[in-house]
Design a protein around this ligand. Structure first.
Ligand code: HAM
Length: 415
């Protein structure tokens, strides 16, 4: 039987890999402009990091982690906890009071695969560690927006919320759970489980019955103190002044326990059920929870596969402009020797070229030159070798240039 790739994974074939490269290159450029520096961390971490960082009761930690049999290590399901682990372990806070870091890497979650949801997927993301200034919350959202827009996606919707502090949420939970206790049997199985272990996540339910019950439920925002509300308003004001359009959504709670106050998501209609392109928020307690000094922080991560899906649907992916400059056709074995050397010399001069390695006929080689969209083709036969001249044919219009100096062929190609 043929061995197939694991469920929820995919092969990036050359065309898609090229698109991916295009996307990553642009993302890096924009992170750089906003003064974020790259960080890379191991593919696996101590399981404990995610249990403590993300929260034992979250879906990711309780159901979706790829943990090795010895239970000590887990393939990273996200990057915020590893970045903070590295921040603390390497004393990055001593180097600079505000660390602005970015990453582009693969993540692993044992989720039910579906369109836009994979078990190995990639994210790019940023974390700003050290500042509680509302301007940095705004910068994070503006940065994310700049990246999304730089790909021509104009209609993604920015949703933003604040979930306050742990103490504020505690008072809310008392009221919220009191209200829900009257409907416990009518709630979905998931929400019933969350009622006990993680009531905030009930707000994230998409089940119709739950939504109806939630309609009259107490609203978290009303349990926040004035300072939290003022802070949130400052962020919204800065975004408005910066020309960013957003929607506030008081049910946006996200799936990690580390969030405090600001949460946000960018969603796109083009994605269907898994409509989140990007998500993030503030996590002011995480550094401390993982053993560092109390340090405020905020970040986001975007799903690269989802971004590419939207771009594909909207025909925003650029065509390849990286074709061969020259295809060198050889008439026989003797000529092939020459062609191989010619290709080698041109490549060392930085010219993308190709020759035949399959002993193909003249016709088949010409066909290959065509198929590979080579800009020029040159045929090397006995005559050409003897005279040191050949015709360079431009494939787009068939014009031929007589060339009599193989040493300087590059000049003819770039005339
Ligand atoms: P997240 O919302 O879990 O946040 O993931 C961010 C994005 O990654 C999602 O919006 C989605 O586009 C993509 N994504 C998530 N799971 C999958 C999957 N199974 N298949 C394909 N794409 C997926 C985080 O990971 C947080 N660490 C973000 C953050 C950074 N918060 C603060 N700093």
């Amino acid at each position: 039987m043929l061995i197939q790739k694991p469920k929820g994974t995919y092969d990036l074939l050359p065309e898609k890999a090229r698109q991916r490269y295009f996307l990553e290159k642009r993302v890096r450029e924009i992170f750089n402009i906003y003064n974020y520096s790259e960080i890379r961390t191991p593919t696996f971490e101590k399981t404990e990091l995610f249990k403590r960082g993300i929260g034992e009761e979250t879906d990711i930690v309780s159901k979706e982690m790829y943990t090795f049999k010895d239970n000590e290590f887990t393939l990273k399901p996200e990057m915020t906890a590893p970045v903070i682990r590295a921040y603390i372990e390497n004393n990055l806070g001593n180097e600079s009071p505000l660390q602005k870091l970015f990453y582009i890497c693969n993540m692993f979650r044992r989720e039910r695969p579906q369109a836009g949801r994979f078990r190995e997927f990639s994210q790019f993301g940023a974390e700003a560690i050290g500042s509680s200034d509302p301007y940095i919350d705004a910068e994070m959202i503006i940065l994310a927006d700049s990246i999304i827009r730089s790909f021509g996606i104009e209609d993604s919707v920015i949703k933003i919320n604040t979930i306050g502090t742990a103490a504020e949420r505690e008072t809310f939970f008392r009221e919220f759970k009191g209200y829900l206790s009257g409907f416990l049997k009518e709630l979905s199985a998931d929400s019933q489980r969350r009622y006990v272990i993680n009531p905030l996540r009930i707000l994230d339910s998409k089940v119709q019955g739950d939504l109806e019950i939630l309609r009259d439920a107490p609203v978290l925002y009303n349990f926040l103190n004035d300072e939290t509300k003022r802070n949130f308003q400052s962020i919204l004001d800065i975004l408005t002044q910066s020309g960013i359009e957003f929607e506030t959504d008081n049910r946006l709670v996200r799936g990690f326990d580390y969030y405090t106050s600001t949460t946000f998501e960018f969603v796109s209609e083009a994605l269907g059920a898994q409509n989140a392109l990007l998500g993030g928020g503030r996590y002011d307690m995480l550094v401390q929870q993982l053993g560092g000094k109390p340090t405020p922080a905020i970040g986001f991560a975007a799903g690269i596969e989802r971004l590419l899906m939207v771009m594909e649907a909207k025909k925003l992916l650029p065509d390849s402009d990286d074709n061969l400059k020259l295809f060198i056709v050889s008439m026989n074995k003797e000529c092939k020797k020459f062609s191989f050397k010619l290709a080698d010399r041109l490549r060392k001069q930085g010219v993308k070229c190709e020759t035949d390695f399959l002993g193909r006929s003249l016709k088949a080689q010409m066909k290959e030159a065509n198929r590979s969209n080579s800009e020029y083709v040159i045929v090397i036969g006995d005559e050409e070798l003897k005279n040191g001249t050949a015709n360079l044919k431009r494939m787009s219009d068939g014009t031929e240039i007589r060339m009599n100096d193989f040493d300087n062929i590059k000049n003819y190609l770039f005339k």
